[in-house]
Design a protein around this ligand. Structure first.
Ligand code: PBG
Length: 307
């Protein structure tokens, strides 16, 4: 009877699994704070993607660890960059898997910031050109959706313009629209080797205290041409997922980020919490709040559980 009257249901097709692709061959390096998640070389990534596909998971979102980093983030928009090669390999080997790419510079800059540094600060407008070029090269390689996560102002418009001008008007943009300067990204920065070498990201990511500003950020991204929007992190911002759901009739994604995942895993490994129930309860709360798409490191175990 509980199942009959249950209001919120989870299903694998609403999950997106974040994956980290690194150089080399046969590399499957577990990420310390994120048990069950790995830095994968392209051959291993393809195997992982085949499993993701067979579990009925909605798609993957790719993050790249380039061979080398520089001031200009050149690895991000290189047509032969790590993510571009990964997309082509997945496309070739795994049919029907939805590929989203994270579009950002922090994994590719030597200083770890999300953009070009001018006079000690991130230069918004130069960064837009990198983001547009990166998005285009991802689309060329075969990405289904590009997802800018940098939080520069005007990037959705810059990306849309570049994609349209080059015949990729059908590639949608999933904008990380309300992305907060959050402590919960800690484990990800280890995974993606993208911790800023000086300062922090508060000049471009949002203050966790500001909910009204989050709605304004979402509105602007939609005006610039975003097709879907994201709230990130998820659990500390359920109120904003709900508010966005009530206000905007577009697909809404939420990102259960690395720290949210790691907290549950750490408590479970200590025997302090039941991992499976915490996983399902946390995902249910995010969907109940209004997210139709959930980016989560639990995608595989949750799909298996629901299977
Ligand atoms: C890149 C990016 C980050 C995350 C997704 N894209 C890190 C950051 O902004 O520092 C975080 C994801 C996670 O913690 O799981 N800008």
């Amino acid at each position: 009877m509980r199942s009959l009257v249950r209001e919120t249901r989870l299903y694998p097709a609403q999950f997106v699994l974040p994956l980290f692709v690194c150089p080399g061959e046969g590399v499957r390096r577990e990420i310390g704070a994120m048990p069950g998640n790995f830095q994968l070389s392209i051959d291993q990534l393809v195997l992982e993607c085949a499993e993701v596909r067979s579990l009925g998971i909605g798609g993957v979102i790719l993050f790249g660890l380039p061979e080398s980093k520089d001031e200009m983030a050149s690895g991000a928009y290189d047509d032969n960059g790590i993510v571009q090669r990964a997309i082509r390999a997945i496309r070739k080997e795994v049919h029907g898997l939805l590929i989203i790419t994270d579009v950002c510079n922090c994994e590719y800059t030597s200083h770890g910031h999300c953009g070009y540094i001018k006079n000690g600060d991130v230069d918004n407008d130069t960064t837009l050109q990198w983001l547009a070029r990166t998005s285009l090269s991802h689309a060329r390689a075969g990405a289904d959706i590009v997802a800018p996560s940098d939080m520069m102002d005007g990037r959705v418009w810059a990306i849309r313009k570049e994609l349209d001008a080059n015949g990729y008007e059908k590639v949608p943009i999933l904008a990380y629209a309300a992305k907060f300067a959050s402590v919960f990204y800690g484990p990800f920065r280890e995974a993606a080797e993208s911790a800023p070498q000086f300062g922090d990201r508060r000049s471009y990511q949002m203050d966790p205290a500001n909910g009204r500003e989050a709605m304004r950020e979402i509105e602007l991204d939609l005006q610039e041409g975003a097709d879907m929007i994201m709230v990130k992190p998820a659990m500390p911002y359920l109120d904003l997922i709900r508010e966005a759901r009530d206000r905007f009739d577009v697909p809404i994604a939420a990102y259960q980020v690395s720290g949210e995942f790691s907290m549950i895993m750490a408590a479970a490994r200590n025997g302090w919490i039941d991992q499976e129930r915490a996983m399902i309860e946390s995902l249910t709360s995010i969907v109940r709040a209004g997210a139709g798409i959930v980016l989560t490191y639990f995608a595989k175990p949750a799909a298996k559980f629901l299977g």
